[in-house]
Design a protein around this ligand. Structure first.
Ligand code: NAP
Length: 353
């Protein structure tokens, strides 16, 4: 069975998703929506840098919606719930890295209704949130008993993330500390991280009086720092740390933490990644305790990351690989708890097709 896929937005994640769809044996790209008019009329494969695929991109949502399809990989800068609702109502499934990892059903009536009408499913995924924060902690916790805490933490050099709009406007780098702390990041991405924390609490059966809290810290540049959003001048934000935590009886029981640094030099406070370097960590404190370190989702160098960031590719591949599972799922908002194991696929020259 081949699933017909639409790529919605062609930023870093969208371009990597096009490449992932093209080499997935069960998927076929059939349409592509782009935000900027300059990309409209171009071949989606050319936009992704992999050569023509015969799919011409358009910036007209109606044109995209006229193409019969099974699933939309929805990866714009910020989500528009009305568009997601329209796609679901039309009978197309949606896989996305921009939210809905584990939404509160009471606040999702419109989307659930769209899923019922379209007999379609919505799945939020990604790397962090959408993988490291909830899927892997839950998986690893299955090998421990009497768990007292779960931690998922990212340590990344954000100079390698070539998405200036996300890094500047959403993540709040390059502004004053006051602007960053009041910016949209805590609300926008925080919504996703809080859902991940809630999913872990829920599935592991922690008490439902857990208090959810968010804390943010910033570090500023002490000298000019080159970055994807231009040079960050001294005194402006060059590193951010967020913690989304669930607390019971004064103890942190679930934590999702990000440490995003524009390199390890010229920061005040002098944050760094420590001897283990850039990484993702998942830790479960129980009987027995376990600590897993994930390497490979951060590039070897800033230059490599700017060309093709493996963390962005991993985000896209988690979306792409989920498509067949989401297309086969019962209608509704479907998290990892319902979809089961999502596996990658063999390289084309080693696969069965
Ligand atoms: N869950 C995770 O682990 C994870 C990881 C990475 C990223 N993300 C999320 O995935 C999304 C895409 O990230 P990215 O790295 O691909 O970012 P990106 O490279 O900056 O791409 C942003 C995309 O959004 C489009 N866009 C810009 N303004 C828009 C608007 N007003 N309305 C609709 N689309 C607009 C851009 O279109 P043009 O290219 O045509 O300008 C581009 O395709 C972001 O929301 C990001 O936060 C999630």
């Amino acid at each position: 069975m081949t699933y017909r896929v639409v790529q919605w937005a062609t930023g870093g994640v969208g371009r990597a998703a096009i490449e992932g769809v093209a080499r997935h044996p069960d998927l076929e790209l059939v349409a592509c929506w782009v935000h900027s008019a300059s990309k409209a009329g171009r071949d989606a494969g050319e936009i992704a840098g992999i050569g023509p695929l015969g799919v011409i991109a358009t910036d007209d949502p109606d044109e995209v919606m006229r193409v019969p399809a099974d699933c939309v990989i929805y990866a714009p800068l910020v989500p528009d719930e009305r568009i997601v609702e329209r796609i679901l109502r039309s009978g197309r499934n949606v896989v996305t890295p921009v939210g809905w990892v584990f939404p509160d059903a009471r606040k999702s009536e419109l989307l659930l209704d769209a899923c019922r009408e379209g007999r379609s499913s919505l799945h939020g995924t990604g790397i962090h949130p959408g993988g490291i924060t909830e899927r892997f902690p839950l998986m690893v916790s299955g090998l421990s008993g009497a768990v007292t805490s779960v931690r998922a933490e990212e340590f990344s050099d954000i100079r390698t993330y070539n998405a200036p709009d996300v890094v500047g406007d959403i993540m709040g780098f390059g502004g004053t500390p006051a602007e960053a702390l009041a910016g949209p990041m805590a609300q926008l991405l925080g919504g996703g991280f809080r859902q991940s924390v809630r999913m872990v609490l829920h599935e592991m059966g922690f008490r439902d009086d857990a208090e959810l809290r968010t804390t943010q810290e910033v570090a500023v540049a002490t000298a000019p720092i080159d970055s994807p959003i231009g040079v960050i001048q001294p005194g402006l934000v060059a590193a951010r740390r967020f913690r989304w935590e669930a607390v019971i009886d004064g103890q942190v029981v679930v934590a999702a933490i990000v440490n995003w640094l524009m390199g390890e030099e010229h920061l005040d406070p002098a944050w760094n990644f420590g001897p283990a370097g850039e990484r993702f960590e998942v830790e479960v404190v129980g009987d027995p305790p376990v600590l897993v370190t994930f390497k490979g989702w951060q590039p070897e160098s800033v230059e490599e990351g700017l060309r093709r960031n493996p963390g962005v590719v991993a985000t896209a591949m988690h979306c792409v690989n989920a498509v067949p599972y989401v297309c086969r799922a019962d209608p509704g908002i479907r998290s990892y708890l319902e979809l089961g194991l999502i596996a990658g696929r063999a390289a084309p020259h080693l696969g069965q097709h």
